[in-house]
Design a protein around this ligand. Sequence first.
Ligand code: FES
Ligand code: FES
Length: 157
Amino acid sequence: MSQYTLSINGQARSVEAAPDTPLLWVLRDHLGLVGTKFGCGAGQCGACTVQLDGQPARACLTPVSSVGSLKVRTIEGLSPDGQHPLQRAWVELDVPQCGYCQAGQLMAADALLREHPKPSDKDIDDAMAGNLCRCATYLRIRAGIHRAAQIAAAQPK
Ligand code: FES
Ligand code: FES
C-alpha cells in the first residue's frame, strides 16, 4: 500500500492504495465518487471516462500510481449546479435512456467542446467513437452536443 494525494475536482484528496489499483476503484470505493461507472474494465466501453488535465481518460486502465499531479475531473465535478450546457441540453433533449453510460459520455463531450466549441458531426463522431451506449442513444448524444454548443455560445462571456 502507498499513500497518494490526488487532485480530484479541484480538491486535494488523500488515499491509501496499492500502486496498481485502477483510478476507477479509488474514485468509487475509496472516495465514494460513484458517478463514474464500471462497464468492461478493459478500456473498451468508455463508461469509466474521466478527464486527466482536461483530456478524456479511461479510469479503469489508469493505475493510481500514474496519476501524479494530473488534475482528475469526474462527472461530480462537471458543474457546481447542474447547469453545464451539456447538462442543460441533456435534460432538454431527454438524451439518456438507462443512463449507465452517460457520465462517461458527458466527460468525453465536455473535452470535445473545449477543443471544438462548434463541432461538426464528424468531430462529434470521432471524439465519441470510444464511448459505447447499449441503449443506442447515439443520435440523441450527437444532437445534445450540438445543442450544448448553442447554449454555451449564447451564454454571456
Ligand atoms: Fe473502462 Fe469500460 S469500464 S472502458
Ligand atoms: Fe443506457 Fe447508454 S443510456 S447504456
